[in-house]
Design a protein around this ligand. Structure first.
Ligand SMILES: Nc1nc2c(ncn2[C@@H]2O[C@H](COP(=O)(O)OP(=O)(O)OP(=O)(O)O)[C@@H](O)[C@H]2O)c(=O)[nH]1
Ligand SMILES: [Mg+2]
Length: 448
């Protein structure tokens, strides 16, 4: 990227009609572009009202202009914001005018990418910008804000510093063996590694919670036909989403619905009843149901409690390794008491999708199985890549500790610590490949 000449422009407000629409320009050409469109360069950070002029001198729109000279702007470059009327045609005309004056259209996330490359935000903070915009609950928004303000990055940076300090200590001892310090038996190193592991675990727990707030969990409703899967989906979502009927084989395609339980996002997928299909369409439905189960974070196996069921046969149809909960539905007919029961074979929840009995217990169970602790440590929004980096670092430190204890191999410990440090540093964007950066920022919206 040639930051000397490259000036980008995008509509920063969502597509469609609105009270106002904002066109954002960033780069070295922003001041001449302002001069051409406004007839002058506005004073730094002061709103000015006036006409936005086209090439022929006629007004395209009238509105507010703001100029943020570098480096005191979001991107750290010269930034011009034109706030006009929020109509798609007029905003397009304004963008075209800026393009004529030498800018180019911004790629998705390019403003945030520039903020990152110019050191305004680290990578975790830039990701938090997108996560704040996308947050689906208040808890997620609060966590994203904490990450944006740098709380997550600070914890990560402290981990990196702790790793560096242990490394320096170990490496110094390797370099000066004549000092005859028995650094390998040194309690200081062992304590420091223990402290490091404790802090790594704490950050991991907070990050795991943040990841749940952001991504939620995929829950697949599966089981025999007519068990009440679609009824349960509707009851949990509190909308009439899926077709319910007493004809077995009603649901063919996958019906999905996003819901929240106490602010935690859940992605529910209702599937075709598992049986030898009556026709080709149903057969495809059953195949889809099986594929969905494979990718589930948890399967709710729904059965009709008023009928005798071959539970063992049913359980063998579940993909191995995917956690499952047995949901005994229709207890208004069977007369079983609502609630959760843990048997040696499975966790069972007894409910009635019809009356709503036991639904509270089911929600509680889902929340618990996600591992989310309400009122635990403050979380920060985190992504799967952050979790992976932290887990990898943890494995490295554990390995290093083992090498120290079992083989007294200080040099190998130092190497493991170096790799752990590298992994954790990727969270804030040091040592992050261009590929990964490209993937992260291209998932942002245009104009952000
Ligand atoms: N009494 C009673 N009837 C229920 C309950 N839940 C569902 N039903 C009835 O059971 C029948 C089947 O319900 P569905 O929700 O369509 O069942 P399904 O598992 O989605 O069925 P398929 O899509 O055919 O696999 C309907 O007539 C529902 O009204 C319940 O808790 N109690
Ligand atoms: Mg159904």
């Amino acid at each position: 990227m040639n930051t000397e000449t490259d000036t980008i422009v995008a509509i920063a407000t969502p597509p469609g009609r609105g009270g106002i629409g904002v066109v954002r320009v960033s780069g070295p050409q922003a001041p001449p572009i302002a001069n051409a469109i406004l007839g002058r360069l506005p004073r730094a950070r002061q709103a000015v009202y006036g006409a936005f002029l086209g090439a022929d001198g006629a007004a395209i729109d009238r509105g507010i202009a703001l100029y943020f000279p570098k480096p005191q702007s979001f991107t750290s470059e010269h930034v011009l914001e034109l706030q006009g009327h929020g109509g798609p045609v007029v905003l397009d005309m304004l963008v075209n005018r800026v393009l004529e004056l030498g800018a180019r259209l911004a790629r998705p996330g390019e403003f945030s990418e520039r903020a990152f490359l110019n050191g305004k935000l680290d990578l975790a903070q830039a990701e938090a910008v997108a996560d704040l915009i996308d947050s689906g609950s208040q808890a997620a928004a609060r966590s994203a804000m904490r990450s944006l303000q740098g709380e997550f990055s600070q914890r990560v940076n402290r981990l990196v510093e702790a790793m560096i300090s242990v490394r320096m200590y170990v490496e110094a001892a390797i370099d000066f063996p004549e000092e005859e310090v028995d650094f390998l038996g040194d309690q200081h190193i062992k304590d420091a590694i223990e402290d490091l592991l404790v802090e790594l675990d704490r950050v991991l727990v907070s990050a795991q919670q943040g990841c749940l707030l952001r991504d939620g969990m995929r829950i697949v409703l599966a089981g025999p036909p007519n068990a009440g899967k679609s009824s349960l989906l509707n009851a949990l979502a509190q909308v009439d989403r899926a077709i319910v009927s007493d004809t077995p084989g009603t649901t063919r395609d996958i019906v999905d619905q996003h819901i929240q339980i106490d602010g935690l996002p859940l992605h529910l997928l209702d599937t075709a009843g598992l049986r030898d299909a009556a026709d080709d369409v149903e057969h495809q439905g059953v195949s889809r149901a099986r594929a969905a189960m494979q990718q589930a974070d948890r399967v709710l196996v729904v059965v009709d409690d008023s009928q005798s069921i071959d539970l063992q046969g049913l359980m063998t149809q579940l993909p191995p390794g995917v956690p499952a909960t047995l949901v005994r539905n229709k207890i208004d007919v069977s007369g079983r008491k609502p609630g959760t029961d843990t048997t040696p074979a499975a966790i069972e929840v007894a409910i009635s999708a019809k009356t709503g009995a036991g639904l509270g217990c089911l929600k509680e169970h889902l929340k618990q199985s996600m591992g989310y602790e309400i009122g635990g440590e403050p979380t920060f929004i985190a992504r799967r890549r952050h979790l992976q980096a932290l887990k990898l670092a943890r494995d490295r430190v554990v390995m290093g500790k083992q090498l120290l204890v079992e083989q007294r191999a200080g040099d190998l410990l130092a190497e493991e610590l170096r790799l752990a440090q590298r992994s954790v540093s990727e969270i804030t964007g040091k040592f992050t490949s261009d590929d990964l950066l490209g993937r992260i920022f291209s998932a942002f919206c245009i104009g952000k």
